[in-house]
Design a protein around this ligand. Structure first.
Ligand SMILES: O=C(O)C(=O)C[C@@H](O)CO
Ligand SMILES: [Mg+2]
Length: 390
């Protein structure tokens, strides 16, 4: 069997979209609040879908969501020619070929997202060719079900925030993640608002529910050192991406001295990228995203490295390309779950593009041992709401 073709398509959402609210979530653009739209870069309304077809007629589905039009260019012009004609089961050699041939510019960011999309498709082919789900190729079932945390609770008025948190509680979730809305630019008044958000969720759900806090790269080390002590009373399970991804020293300081476990990694790439973070003691929880980090091939290498450091892995986002890794690794205790909602930031777009992602029941999801490959297919029901560039 050989790779016969690689089709990369950019899906752009044209359907109804919730109006972005100010201070929905802190993010790196906040530092330029007076000069630029701080929510503009916080929109993920495009997705790249890769269909790799083999000479045996098997089609593998891959995807990525970082700069999809660029990822498509990279696949069309650089990566597809490297994999066409090759054995799709040779995932390690094919990853190394794509990685090393684009080393000068592709080892981080959109280059690695493009490589990830093809790698995910190759693993889908592997599972389909062997007649088993991908997690069975990675180590098999390590959990009866996967515990998931509800991940939304964007910064909003306290009454609606409490109602949303209560809703997840009523659905049986025992873990949930909220977004803070304020950072250095808003000073002490913003700090008080951040405390109100976390207090509201904690008071709603009680002491026995895990609360995680998302900062999405929107703070500085100096601000985090002043803000975090005011959050400790709420016992957050982790504080996510407080500083810029390249501020490894900042991560390490907060992870070792702030009193709260620091998580991150959704904006880091490759095995050696995570070795740097682990060597620095920068993280208490690793959160790579398989459709960014180097695909399933790299994600599985990071899982082994993280286990050696005894640092758990909770991939960014739910989505099948991440769930299979969580199922196959004991060191991946739980998964993220984006509740299905109207299109807002774009995390939820996955459900409009694909069918097959498991929906949670009582705070757990499960994968089907009998469905080969990744177990997702294109969702035709919403196709009319997308423009597609092939
Ligand atoms: O879910 C996360 O960890 C993210 O960073 C998603 C991003 O859209 C912020 O909510
Ligand atoms: Mg995050």
């Amino acid at each position: 069997m050989k790779v016969k073709s690689v089709k990369a398509s950019v899906y752009t959402w044209q359907g109804p979209t919730a109006t972005p609210r100010a201070n929905l979530s802190t993010n790196p653009m906040d530092a330029l609040g007076g000069l630029s739209d701080t929510m503009g870069s916080f929109r993920f309304h495009q997705w790249l879908i890769v269909e790799v077809e083999t000479t045996d007629g098997i089609v593998g589905l891959g995807n990525c969501a970082l700069a999809p039009p660029l990822a498509k260019q990279i696949i069309d012009q650089y990566l597809a020619p490297l994999v066409i004609g090759r054995d799709p089961l040779d995932v390690e050699a094919l990853f190394q070929t794509m990685y090393r041939s684009t080393m000068a510019w592709g080892r981080k960011g959109v280059g690695m997202a493009a490589i990830s999309a093809i790698d995910i498709a190759l693993w889908d082919i592997n599972g389909k060719a062997m007649g088993v789900p991908v997690f069975k190729l990675l180590g098999g079932r390590t959990k009866k079900q996967i515990p998931v945390y509800a991940s939304r609770l964007y910064s909003q008025p306290l009454d609606t925030l409490a109602a949303e948190a209560q809703g997840y509680l009523d659905e049986g979730f025992t873990m949930m993640k909220l977004r803070l809305g304020w950072g250095p630019q808003q000073g002490p008044a913003g700090m008080a608002k951040n405390v109100d958000l976390v207090r509201t969720v904690r008071e709603t759900v009680g002491p026995d529910i895990d609360i995680m806090i998302e900062c999405y790269m929107g703070w500085t080390l100096e601000y985090a050192r002043r803000m975090i002590p005011r959050l400790l009373e709420f016992s957050p399970r982790w504080l996510e991406e407080p500083v810029l991804p390249d501020d490894i020293a900042g991560y390490a300081y907060l992870n070792q001295h702030s009193g709260v476990p620091i998580s991150g990694g959704e904006h880091e790439f490759t095995l050696l990228g995570f070795k740097q973070l682990l060597d620095a003691g920068a993280l208490s929880v690793i959160q790579y995203d398989t459709n960014r980090v180097g695909g399933i091939t790299v994600a599985q290498k990071i899982n082994a490295l993280a286990e050696a450091y005894q640092v758990p892995v909770v991939p960014h986002a739910g989505q099948m390309h991440n769930y299979h890794l969580t199922m196959a690794n004991l060191n991946c205790p739980i998964s993220e779950y984006f509740p299905v909602s109207e299109v807002e930031v774009g995390n939820e777009l996955f459900y409009y593009l694909f069918e097959g992602d498991p929906q949670p029941r009582n705070g757990f999801i499960d994968l089907d041992d009998t469905v080969p490959g990744l177990g997702v297919s294109l969702n035709k029901a919403h196709l009319h709401n997308f423009s597609v560039a092939v």
